[in-house]
Write a protein that binds this ligand. Structure first.
Ligand code: COS
Length: 392
């Protein structure tokens, strides 16, 4: 049965997240964007309300929210500010590999650490010379007795400067391409340095840093999953987090659509509100359709996960469509505002800058098309429970 009706609990959750976005995020969003500062006070409030670590199972102190619930929250937070929403949701990205493949001991210690206190974790996959091409990474993990020693640099790491631990992908077999990558949990210590905080076009409230591991020693038990199986964990993580990014893109698009719609009713040109002109009406109509379809694709990709089914293609459909739609909708919102849209006294130029990252992070729009093309032309295994994919 296909039913898009939310339960009363889901409606209440969405309302709570919306309320938080309206009262705690929106009023400060443009200030944090202007200054490029990190909104620790907002993040602490989100943590206290249970809007961080939403997918962490109850046994580790989290609310164990479903993937659909997560998309409801992420759309609302991103409607407030996607930079702040990215900072709030980054623990989820870092925790996903641990939840997927970590030992019970590791999960108990490190997932609980994030729910017991306001602590942060970061996901470290990308490197200066290995973005879309994950297999090209150079960071290494060398086994020495009962330890691994990590060396290398990871870039574009959300909350990297503030994280207490990192999920790090590194080569354990340099000559084996994607089959030589392993995933590790690396606590922050003196050998971990934060080298650079990026000065970004958009999402300026989120902290994006380069993290370097210099002879960083971790216990062998900090390996997540099996040695040389890290690439699969990374891909499975992204299958689970891309619906959240699609939800954030939907939130940005919806914010731009609302601002443009309201403005079109107030702005008078040629003697009538510009909403009376068909040229504007068609832009508003296209925005409405794109927001609507972005949300449907997002929910679909999340519900499959909640049903324990593989969602690789649906996740890429949702992320690709919603990201591209957010870019188009925010660009059109600037157009509806005319010259005012281009200046910082009005809200939509920030949204246009913020939307751009949606087409870049957690897999570019081109990588999503590559995944969609492969899944279409050479389908792997469809409708398999996630556990079977993990074991495969
Ligand atoms: N779930 C489980 N396993 C998967 C998978 C998925 N979604 N996608 C791929 N795999 C497995 C394949 O089954 C294959 O397994 P075998 O080793 O048993 O053959 C292996 O992973 C390699 O798959 P593939 O051949 O498709 O890998 P490629 O290197 O050719 O391409 C892309 C993978 C380009 C899709 C991948 O590198 C990617 O997603 N890049 C973007 C990375 C990204 O999003 N970066 C953003 C960082 S997070 S902010």
């Amino acid at each position: 049965m296909v039913d898009f009706t939310l339960t009363d609990e889901q409606k209440a959750l969405r309302e709570m997240a919306h309320d938080f976005a309206a009262k705690e995020i929106r009023p400060v969003a443009w200030e944090y964007d202007r200054d490029g500062t990190w909104p620790e006070d907002v993040l602490r409030k989100a943590w206290e309300l249970g809007l961080m670590n939403t997918h962490t199972p109850e046994e580790y102190g989290g609310p164990g929210a479903s993937y659909l619930d997560g998309t409801l929250i992420e759309e609302e937070l991103s409607w407030g500010c996607s930079g702040i929403a990215t900072s709030i949701s980054a623990n989820g990205l870092a925790s996903a590999p641990l939840a997927l493949g970590g030992s019970e001991e590791l999960k108990k210690r490190y997932l609980s650490m994030l729910t017991e206190d306001f602590k942060l974790a970061s996901f470290c996959l990308t490197e200066p010379d290995a973005g879309s091409d994950v297999s090209g990474m150079r960071t290494t993990a060398t086994r020495k007795g009962d330890k691994y020693v990590i060396n290398g640099s990871k870039c574009f790491i959300t909350n990297g400067g503030y994280a207490d631990w990192y999920t790090v992908y590194a080569k354990t077999d340099k000559d084996a391409g994607h089959r030589g990558i392993s995933c590790f949990l690396v606590p922050r210590d003196d050998t971990v340095s934060v080298d650079k905080k990026e000065d970004k076009m958009g999402q300026r409230a989120s902290n994006t840093a380069t993290i370097t591991f210099n002879e960083t020693e971790i216990p062998a038990g900090h390996l997540i999953g099996e040695e040389n199986k890290g690439f699969k964990i990374a891909m499975m993580t992204l299958d689970r987090t891309r619906p959240g990014v699609a939800a954030m893109a939907t939130g940005i698009a919806r914010a731009a659509f609302e601002f443009a719609t309201n403005y079109s009713k107030e702005r008078v040109q040629f003697g009538v509100p510009i909403a009376m002109h068909q040229a504007i009406q068609f832009m508003i109509a296209d925005m409405a359709t794109k927001v609507h379809l972005s949300r449907l694709a997002t929910w679909n990709s999340a519900v499959l996960l909640d049903q324990g089914r593989r969602n690789t293609i649906e996740s890429s459909h949702a992320k690709r469509f919603a990201a591209d739609a957010a870019m188009e909708v925010t660009t059109d919102a600037v157009q509806v505002y005319g010259g005012y849209g281009f200046i910082k006294d009005y809200p939509v130029e920030k949204l246009m800058r913020d939307a751009k990252i949606m087409q870049l992070y957690e897999g570019t729009s081109q990588i999503q098309r590559l995944v969609i093309a492969r899944e279409t032309l050479l389908p792997r295994r469809v409708d398999e429970p996630a556990a079977a994919v993990a074991a495969g």
